[in-house]
Ligand binder design. Structure first.
Ligand code: CMP
Length: 149
C-alpha cells in the first residue's frame, strides 16, 4: 500500500474559502484523496490530536482556535506522502514559510497556519485513526497511477 498521511484544513483555511485551492494543490501533485470529512472537532479530540503540545504555553489558544469552527480532515496517499505534504505545506510559521508552499502563499500567522499535516508515518497512522474508521478510508485505483509510482 502506498504511504498515507493525514491533513487538516484549519478553521482559518475553511473560513477563508481555501479548501478547494488546498485540495487542488495535493491533487495536482499526484497524491490521491482516500478520506474526507468536514466537522467542528470537540475539545476532547483536539486535546488528543495535540497531546504532544499539552504543556506548551500556546496550547490553550491552539485548542480554542482549532475548535472554533469547521475543519476539513483528509487522508492522502502516494509515494512519500508524509514528507511530500510537509514540504508542500511549508514551515509551521506562515511568516517564515517559503513562497510556493501552502503556508507561504496563503498565510501570515504562526497559529492560524491554514493546514496541519502529520510529521511521520507513525504519527500519520495515529492521526488517521483519531479521525477515521477503517471503513471511512476508501482506497481506489486511478487510471493515471502508472505515471506516479
Ligand atoms: P501544527 O502543524 O498543526 O502543529 C501544532 C500547531 O500549534 C501549529 O501547527 C500551530 O498552529 C500552533 N503553534 C505552534 N507553535 C506555536 C507558537 N509558538 N505559538 C502559537 N501557535 C503555535
Amino acid at each position: 500500500m502506498a504511504e498515507r498521511t493525514f491533513v487538516m484544513v484549519k478553521p482559518d483555511g475553511v473560513g477563508r474559502r481555501l479548501i478547494g485551492k488546498i485540495i487542488g494543490r495535493y491533487e495536482a501533485k499526484g497524491l490521491k484523496l482516500v478520506g474526507l470529512k468536514l466537522q467542528v472537532i470537540s475539545r476532547d479530540l483536539a486535546g488528543k490530536h495535540y497531546a504532544e503540545h499539552a504543556e506548551k504555553p500556546f496550547f490553550p489558544d491552539l485548542v480554542k482556535f482549532i475548535t472554533s469552527g469547521p475543519t476539513v480532515q483528509m487522508v492522502w496517499e502516494g509515494n512519500n506522502a508524509v514528507e511530500v505534504v510537509r514540504a508542500m505545506n511549508g514551515a509551521t510559521n506562515s511568516l517564515k514559510a517559503a513562497p510556493g508552499t501552502i503556508r507561504g502563499d496563503l498565510g501570515l500567522s504562526m497559529q492560524n497556519n491554514v493546514v496541519h499535516a502529520s510529521d511521520s508515518v507513525d504519527t500519520a497512522k495515529h492521526e488517521i485513526s483519531l479521525y477515521f474508521s477503517d471503513k471511512e478510508v476508501c482506497p481506489h485505483p486511478m487510471p493515471d497511477e502508472h505515471w506516479l509510482i
